[in-house]
Ligand binder design. Structure first.
Ligand SMILES: Nc1ncnc2c1ncn2[C@@H]1O[C@H](COP(=O)(O)OP(=O)(O)OP(=O)(O)O)[C@@H](O)[C@H]1O
Ligand SMILES: [Mg+2]
Length: 155
């Protein structure tokens, strides 16, 4: 199942907000797309949609690689991850994601860097384009299919 949207930045945030209520502990959302495609913008929409106050910053995890949101503001623990700077898929082990996988929502930018061990059960958001309007393709593994069908109604 695949959903496809053409959106400006506000529309991209709206799509993220529409997905947020479907997220559960243990979920993984992979954001793919070229440099500057809008992965962090989408993650911001998702994190705010999960309760992080709009007045609070969502920093890009480009340098820290993993930024967690654990305060009572958010509906579930979140780890926002950027794997761009990894040279080797084996470095994923050092990030401690295994320990977060059961009870966090993992939002992963540059999931390709995880290599073959990327857990297959995830929602994939592929963002493409460079202008004001970007395309978003949303596809999901089995546990997401039903949720995506509901999403189609909401989008
Ligand atoms: N329709 C749109 N959707 C998303 N971002 C848009 C859109 N139109 C313009 N932009 C701009 O594109 C940029 C997207 O930057 P962002 O940091 O989200 O990209 P990224 O995919 O996370 O890049 P990186 O690979 O460096 O992490 C922002 O400056 C944003 O304002
Ligand atoms: Mg980014």
């Amino acid at each position: 199942m695949k959903l496809f949207e053409q959106v400006n930045e506000a529309g991209l945030i709206q799509v993220a907000h529409a997905i947020a209520p479907s997220c559960r502990p243990g979920d993984m959302i992979c954001l793919s797309g070229a440099l500057g495609a809008g992965k962090t913008s989408f993650a911001r929409g998702l994190i705010h949609g999960l309760g992080w106050p709009e007045t609070h910053e969502v920093a890009s995890p480009t340098f820290n690689l993993v930024v967690q949101y654990l305060t009572p503001d958010v509906r579930l623990p979140i780890a926002h991850v950027d794997l761009y700077r990894l040279d080797d898929a084996r470095q994923v082990i050092g990030l401690g994601l295994e320990d977060m996988m059961d009870d966090h929502l993992l939002i992963i930018e540059w999931p390709e860097r995880w290599g073959q061990d990327l857990p297959p059960e995830h929602l994939r958001i592929a963002i493409d384009g460079t202008g004001d309007v970007r395309s978003i393709a949303i596809s999901g593994a089995s546990s997401w299919i039903h949720r995506l069908q509901q999403l189609k109604v909401k989008l």
